[in-house]
Design a protein around this ligand. Structure first.
Ligand code: F0G
Length: 481
């Protein structure tokens, strides 16, 4: 929720009290340089003891509510028939209007099962944008991912409220070119994570649904950030301002055949699930669940997390929960823009995304500007962000590098974890870095894994830029900062 102060300024206001805290520490720049060297210029390989603000992701890092924690205490640890599962099933039926629920240990496991059942060798899977694990699973099953976003999607400096929309003309062309039988399904991600947490509109989603169904194509929704997408529809789409988040989510789900999600984001619990109102789809997927995940009433999740997710699904439709991250992201984005830092606009769900192509225009894609920016942010602030650019793209089948459409350093804002002063600090250090951006150079791989290389790849800085940057930072702020 946002609140207007008497001077007219809008600020995000926390509709919760902080009752449990966890200490964090801010190691000085010299220590951060050492930690970054040890981590191979890959923020995934940092230890949290070396991190001040952990903005790597909002996945599994949200603050849980008192009711979620309380629910964990009554978890029913049974291999089969656990009562905890039935609470989740009932929550998903109420909130999503889909009564068949298959729990999975997290979102990518749901993608694996969908790929197993629906993606055949030679298929295509059109979507508004891929997520890393999505593409890897669908391609491993023999499919090809087709990104059919609108032209506005890649414009990072935009005012378009729905950059996550699917381009319907391109969708028609895909149907004409491949025929419905080669299309596994069309996938809509709510919100498009790698485009900067950008939502689709309900108007667009309805049209996608009509086109898909007219042609006998399934519509699958990735609902990992569904409450944020619904929050943006409420704020930005005419006709929805007086609808509740719950009503908007129900309307979205009524247009889709299958929903899957990572429960680690909007639901603030660690797990995932697939849901559908269609018994035939449920029956097609169910046999594989015990093989890959676990019995149908826990699906690889701890029953404690099943309980927490059942509560999380119900809580995420509360406006202040749906907007907990989005409002802080907006504040953070506004502060950065005031300081001239190029960020993806409009502000999206989950994170603030800094455009590394604009921040570091002197670094070519194959020297990984977003990776370099992410490393530089850590060195001058202790903030861990995530590279979402060319490092996050794997090479193609012939071993060629694929330059990413966008080069983003993502600073995630986990729900209900950080405060305004954290945002002020982050904005200040990024503004300092912008003034010294010429000092930042590219990176080079020294260890490059073949799949999802961003997780374990190790790099080194070109021209030893990081040591010079740390030295300049120390000169400006002193050895303790
Ligand atoms: N789909 C979307 C849109 C996601 O953002 C994620 C994960 C997944 C699927 C996979 O789910 O992690 O539970 O297996 N996103 C995390 C992130 C990892 O940092 O953005 P998972």
């Amino acid at each position: 929720m946002s609140i207007r102060l008497s001077n007219g300024k809008e600020i995000p206001i926390e509709m919760h009290k902080v009752r449990i805290v966890q200490k964090t520490q801010l190691p000085p720049a010299r220590e951060r340089l050492r930690a970054m060297d040890e981590a191979g210029y890959n923020t995934f390989l940092l230890r949290t003891r070396d991190v001040f603000l952990d903005m790597l992701t909002d996945s599994g890092t949200n603050a849980m509510s008192d009711n979620q924690l309380a629910a964990m205490m009554v978890a029913d640890d049974a291999y089969a028939g656990s009562e905890s599962f039935y609470k989740l099933e009932s929550a998903v039926t109420d909130i999503f209007g889909m009564q068949h629920v298959l729990p999975t240990h997290q979102g990518r496991a749901a993608e694996h099962l969908l790929a197993k059942v629906f993606v055949k060798q030679g298929d295509v899977v059109p979507m508004n944008y891929h997520f890393t694990t999505t593409r890897a699973h669908f391609e491993m099953a023999g499919g090809t991912v087709l990104e059919i976003f609108t032209d506005e999607a890649l414009n990072t400096q935009s005012t378009c409220p729905f950059k996550g929309n699917l381009d319907l003309n391109k969708f028609q062309k895909v149907i004409d070119q491949y025929g419905a039988s080669r299309i596994s399904f069309v996938r809509m991600e709510a919100t498009t994570n790698l485009l900067g947490g950008q939502p689709f509109s309900l108007g667009n989603f309805r049209q996608v649904s009509e086109m898909a169904h007219k042609n006998g194509i399934l519509l699958v929704i990735d609902g990992s950030l569904i409450s944020e997408n619904a929050y943006f529809i409420k704020q930005r789409e005419a006709g929805y301002e007086n609808k509740s988040i719950a009503e908007i989510i129900l309307e979205i789900m009524s247009l889709a055949d299958i929903c899957y999600l990572s429960g680690r984001k909007s639901c603030s619990a660690r797990g995932g699930f697939i849901s559908t109102a269609n018994k035939a789809h449920y029956d097609a997927i169910r046999p594989w669940l015990p093989l890959y995940e676990g019995f149908t009433t826990y699906g690889g999740m701890s029953t404690k997390e099943v309980e927490a997710m059942a509560v999380g699904v119900r809580e995420m439709v509360e406006t202040e929960v749906a907007g907990a991250s989005a409002d802080q992201v907006k504040y953070f984005v506004d502060r950065l823009r005031e300081n001239g830092v190029p960020v993806v606009t409009p502000a999206g769900g989950l994170a603030c995304h800094v455009d590394a192509k604009l921040f570091l225009p002197h670094i070519p894609s194959l020297e990984y500007p977003a990776g370099a920016l992410s490393a530089a942010i850590y060195i001058c602030s202790g903030i861990r962000s995530m590279e979402r650019g060319t490092v996050s793209m794997d090479r193609d089948k012939d071993g060629n590098e694929l330059a990413s459409d966008l080069e983003l350093a993502r600073l995630a804002v986990p729900r209900r974890v950080y405060t305004m002063s954290h945002m002020e600090y982050a904005a200040d250090r990024l503004a300092w870095l912008l003034k010294h951006r010429d000092m930042v150079k590219g990176l080079k791989f020294v260890e490059e894994p073949p799949v999802l290389r961003f997780f374990f790849g190790r790099m080194v800085p070109l021209e030893n830029w990081s040591a010079k940057l740390a030295e300049k930072f120390e000169k400006d702020f002193g050895p303790a900062a």
